[in-house]
Design a protein around this ligand. Structure first.
Ligand SMILES: O=C(CO)COP(=O)(O)O
Length: 256
């Protein structure tokens, strides 16, 4: 099975009603390749999910940025996977490094959240990635493998999960990974999937890159054989620039 190019926009904890409407209007007016060629998913904060759902073009999809680890109930402040399903939100981002590091989400919690969200019918963008110190000490592959393993050992079906490699040192810093740094980790992750899960899952699972992606650096990254798309942070809040990122796969091939 081929891997359709995937472009996600993670708006993080940003935006007002007016700003969100402006972003959606710009995205709605953008000329981009068809959804057969590239899958586009935007991820607004919870409070804007319904509004974005009602305004966004229907060839683009929507992700929440987190959800509760199990069935909802007496968990003040949390939003459950069932609620997202009920709202018609098909995707959720889990394990983003900002949650792992600032909110102490462990590999196990991220694995449990991923398994629960998938069991409720959500699609998951599961994030992994090393810190600068971990890269400097040579433990990048061990870190991303341990993060992936904690997810993998809780799943049996891989068709509804996209893995996002987001090196922490590249997020919001302007220090994008070089194409070869990204390709090295993506190909190791694919090899890990091959050796630990199976050849078919390794060949069909999309591994996307996140960390200071913009219209100028996306082409070289996307040309890497194991880079199947992006999770874009800051640049996704400037949607005039987004079509350049979404547009990338069109001239080459849509499916790897
Ligand atoms: O964290 C990211 C996407 O989830 C990347 O953020 P930036 O694109 O702002 O570096």
């Amino acid at each position: 099975m081929g891997r359709k190019f995937f472009v996600g926009g993670n708006w993080k904890c940003n935006g007002t009603i007016e700003e969100v409407k402006k972003i959606v209007t710009t995205l709605n007016e953008a000329e981009v390749p068809s959804e057969d060629v590239v899958e586009v998913v935007v991820s607004p904060p919870y409070v804007f999910l319904s509004m974005v759902k009602s305004l966004l073009r229907n060839d683009f999809s929507i992700a929440a940025q987190n959800c509760w680890v199990r069935k909802g109930g007496a968990f003040t402040g949390e939003v459950s996977a069932e609620m997202l399903v009920n709202l018609g939100i098909p995707w959720v981002i889990l394990g983003h490094s900002e949650r792992r590091l600032l909110l102490n989400e462990s590999n196990e919690i991220v694995g449990d959240k991923t398994a629960y969200a998938l069991s409720q019918g959500l699609n998951v963008i599961a994030c992994v990635g090393e810190t600068f110190e971990q890269r400097e000490s040579g433990s990048t592959l061990a870190v991303v493998a341990a993060q992936t393993k904690a997810i993998a050992e809780r799943l049996s079906i891989w068709s509804n999960i996209v893995l996002a490699y987001e090196p922490v040192w590249a997020i919001g810093t302007g220090k994008v990974a070089t194409p070869s740094q990204a390709q090295d980790v993506h190909s190791e992750l694919r090899k890990w999937l091959h050796d630990n899960i199976g050849a078919e899952v390794a060949a069909s699972t999309r591994i996307i890159y996140g960390g200071s992606v913009n219209g100028a650096n996306c082409k070289e990254l996307a040309a890497q054989p194991d880079v199947d798309g992006f999770l874009v942070g800051g640049a996704s809040l400037k949607p005039v620039k987004v079509p350049a990122i979404i547009d990338y796969p069109a001239p080459i091939s849509s499916v790897k």
